[in-house]
Design a binder for this molecule. Sequence first.
Ligand SMILES: [Zn+2]
Length: 82
Amino acid sequence: MTIDQELLKILACPVCRGRVEVLPSGGSIPEGLCCGACSAVYPIRDDIPVMLKEEAIMRADWDKGERLAVKKNRQERAGGYI
Ligand SMILES: [Zn+2]
């Protein structure tokens, strides 16, 4: 399932309100939405774009194959709660 074009039109970067576009991910399945203005990438999980600045991965890291920033952040956050 791909992200609906109508949905894309109403989605905006939570950091800068810029337009986001689907990043190609080696198949027809999008993995992330990239903000054209600030280069933050928002992951798509279970076909749902996660438009939270806490979940954003910088485009440079994303292009390097980085998908673990979110997990790392989660662990750090979880650690903070203990
Ligand atoms: Zn942005």
